[in-house]
Design a protein around this ligand. Sequence first.
Ligand code: PDD
Length: 312
Amino acid sequence: MNDSTVYLNGEWLPLSEARISVLDRGFIFGDGVYEVIPVYRVSDPALNVWRPFRIEQHLARLVRSLAKVRITDPFNEAGWCTLIEKAVTLHVSSHANDTSCLIYIQVTRGIAARAQVFPAHSTPTVLMMANSFTPPSALTREQGVVAVTAPDARWLHCDIKSTSLLGNVLMAQYAAEHNAVETVQLRNGELTEGSSSNIWVVKAGRLFAPPSNHLILEGIRYRLLEELAAEAGITFEARIITEAELRAADEIMMSSASREILPITRLDDCPVGNGRPGPVFAALYAGYQRMKERPLSADEGIKIDAKRLAAQ
Ligand code: PDD
């Protein structure tokens, strides 16, 4: 494992030296929330400027997740941005060839004697790390990926980006054991989401997604794809999608921070539509890439300063 520098409770230290107590409620109960934020280098490498993609929306979701589980937000927006900037700067300094990375943030309720009820006093544990990531290759996008379906056996607060991910973990493993990249979950015969992605269905040129409620995590790409569909003149509707509608779809797509948008071209060993990525995928994917490349506003990018790097 690459011994990158991570942030833990006020310190920057090598991953191999980062330690938490076994009494941390994140470890004991999965009592915490997290975020995953993609960061892209803007295309002119000479600039060495990096864009935390949709940072405002990611931080807003972190604030919402913390509020829903009643963990005090340890930072304000500026505080989070300062940490992210440093994490990206450190990552870039040791991964000169990367053009994208993922920022992982985890906040738990902290350390306390083991009792399920909230402790009277505890300090949230904060972890931040940057990891290399490469968006899906052109070949993967041209071929599309395989998914399988399974019943959604998770709890009823899937809108919280909670670190209690056992249900998701089992679904990700189920996909892996069926040579698939994702498990598409169904609750009472209705589409919910993937193990770590939102799922989209196209029928007769129209785009559909399950409503954003307690049964799914509202991905940062959920609202983005809604915007991109509007821009491309594609009608979007958030509504219940039955298993029969899923199986009769012309196109199925998944979206997430690391997968961006990917076409699912086989579902449970049947081709989706004609078995090839469709025109709605192509339009949304192109829009997504345009968003990544659009000019940065004055305060948006992270400029990697060679002098500051040398001093670190
Ligand atoms: N997962 N639904 C679930 C259950 C997810 O875990 C994710 C993302 C999404 C898509 O959200 P977004 O567009 O904000 O990435 C939907 C992240 C990437 C993860 O757990 O690694």
